[in-house]
Design a protein around this ligand. Structure first.
Ligand code: HEC
Ligand code: HEC
Length: 333
C-alpha cells in the first residue's frame, strides 16, 4: 500500500469518528481529491450526525413512497454506482421513469438537481420527488414512533415533510467518492494509474476535449449542454428547455460527474449507450447532429487504441466511498 492510500484511509476514518461525535463539532470530512471549498450546503440545513442517520433510514424505507413499494435506494443503488441496473427505474405506480436515474455521488458539490436542473437543491429534490406526497410521507413515516422520536430530537418538532426532506438531503451529501487511482496519480504517485489511463487523461484534457464540460476535480462544471443524445427521435426530450423555455437550452442536459462512472451502465439520460466504449464512439463521431448541438462536440478522429485509453482513464475514476454510507440501516417497526 502506498503512503497516499494510507492517508486516504485516515481521512475516511476521521469521517466515521466525526459521525459518532457530538453535533457541535460536526464537519463533513472528504476523501482525498475532493475540494471542501466547492461544497454546497444551505445555511438553513446544517448537517448533524443524528440528522444524517435519520435521513439514511428514510432513504432506505419504502414507507416513504405513496404506494409503499419504492424508496430512494430502489433507483439509486449503492452497488450500481448509485444508479439503477434497469435502464429506466420502476416508479411507485409500477411504471418506468421517463428518464434514467442519474448517479447521486458527490452531489455535495451541486446546487441544482435533475437532468434538467428543475430542482434548486437536494432539499427541493427530496421534497418534490413524484413518488411521494407531503400527506403520505407524514401519514406513513409519522406513524413510526422511532421516527417521531428521532425527528423531534433533530428538528425540535413532530415529523413533517420538510424535516424528512432535509434529513434525506443531509444524508445524500455524505455519498462521496474520492481517492481514485486518478487522485493518487494527481497527488504524485506515478504508479497510481496505468500507462493506458495516463494516455487517456492526456486525450481527455487534449485532443478529445472532454474537459470542456467534464471539468475540475468532480469531472463536471454542472452545466447543461446539448451533445445530441436522443435528438434524432421523432419527439426528442428537450431537456432543460422544458424548464427555462430559453432557446439556448434546447436539448441540453446536465453534465454528469464521471466519478464512479464505470460502475453505472447504461449511460446518458435515456440509457442509450450501453458501455463506456460506446460512449467514446458516440463522441468520436461528433455526437448526434441537431441545430442546437454544442460547438464543443465535433468528430474527434480518435484511433481505436486512443478510444481504449479514454475508457481506461474513466475506469480510474472509481474510488472509495465510505462503506458505512452504503450499508443498509436497520429500519424501525
Ligand atoms: C422510481 C425511481 C426513483 C426513486 C424512488 C428516486 N429517484 Fe432520484 N431520480 C430518479 C430519476 C429517474 C431521476 C432523474 C429525473 C430527471 O432528471 O428528470 C432522479 C434524479 C435524482 C437526483 C438528481 C441528481 C443530479 O445529479 O441531478 C437526485 C439527487 C435524486 N434523484 C435523489 C433521490 C432521493 C434522495 C430519493 C428519495 C427521496 C430519490 N431520488 C428517489 C429516480 C428515482
Ligand atoms: C459539450 C460538453 C461535453 C463534452 C465536450 C463531453 N461531454 Fe460527456 N456528457 C455531457 C453531457 C451534457 C452528458 C449527458 C448527456 C445526456 O444524457 O443527454 C454527458 C454524458 C457523459 C457520460 C455518461 C455519464 C452517465 O452517468 O450517464 C460519459 C461517460 C461521458 N459524458 C464521457 C465523456 C467523454 C469521455 C468525453 C470526451 C470524449 C465527453 N464526455 C465530452 C457533456 C459533455
Amino acid at each position: 500500500m502506498t503512503i497516499r492510500a494510507v492517508t486516504g484511509l485516515l481521512v475516511i476514518l476521521s469521517l466515521l469518528v466525526a459521525t459518532s461525535a457530538g453535533a457541535a463539532e460536526f464537519k463533513l470530512k472528504l476523501p482525498p481529491g475532493l475540494q471542501e471549498q466547492a461544497a454546497f450546503i444551505p445555511e438553513t440545513n446544517p448537517p448533524t450526525p443524528e440528522k444524517i442517520a435519520l435521513g439514511k433510514q428514510f432513504f432506505w424505507d419504502k414507507r416513504w413512497s405513496k404506494s409503499g413499494t419504492v424508496a430512494c435506494v430502489s433507483c439509486h443503488q449503492p452497488d450500481h454506482g448509485w444508479t439503477d441496473p434497469q435502464t429506466f427505474s420502476t416508479n411507485f405506480e409500477g411504471k418506468p421513469t421517463p428518464r434514467r436515474a442519474p448517479t447521486i455521488v458527490n452531489r455535495l458539490f451541486s446546487d441544482r438537481q435533475l437532468w434538467t436542473g428543475l430542482r434548486a437543491s437536494l432539499e427541493d429534490q427530496a421534497k418534490n420527488d413524484g413518488n411521494r406526497s407531503d400527506d403520505t410521507v407524514v401519514a406513513h413515516l409519522g406513524a413510526v414512533p422511532a421516527y417521531q422520536a428521532q425527528h423531534r430530537q433533530v428538528f425540535g418538532r413532530d415529523l413533517d415533510a420538510d424535516g424528512v426532506a432535509q434529513a434525506i438531503a443531509s444524508y445524500v451529501r455524505t455519498i462521496l467518492s474520492g481517492n481514485a487511482p486518478y487522485d493518487r496519480f494527481k497527488a504524485g504517485d506515478k504508479s497510481g494509474m496505468s500507462a493506458s489511463a495516463q494516455r487517456g487523461l492526456a486525450l481527455f484534457e487534449g485532443k478529445a476535449g472532454c474537459v470542456r464540460c467534464h471539468a475540475g476535480f468532480n469531472f463536471t462544471d454542472e452545466g447543461y449542454r446539448n451533445i445530441g443524445v436522443g435528438m434524432d427521435q421523432d419527439k426528442p426530450d428537450l431537456g432543460r428547455f422544458i424548464v427555462t423555455k430559453n432557446e439556448a437550452d434546447r436539448g441540453t442536459f446536465k453534465t454528469p460527474t464521471l466519478r464512479e462512472v464505470a460502475k453505472r451502465s447504461p449511460y446518458m439520460h435515456d440509457g442509450s449507450e450501453k458501455t463506456l466504449a460506446d460512449v467514446v464512439a458516440f463522441y468520436n463521431k461528433g455526437g448526434v447532429k441537431n441545430p442546437s448541438l454544442s460547438s464543443d462536440v465535433r468528430p474527434l478522429g480518435l484511433t481505436t487504441p486512443e478510444q481504449a485509453d479514454l475508457v481506461e482513464f474513466m475506469k480510474a475514476l472509481s474510488g472509495e466511498i465510505d462503506a458505512e454510507v452504503g450499508r443498509p440501516p436497520a429500519l424501525p417497526k
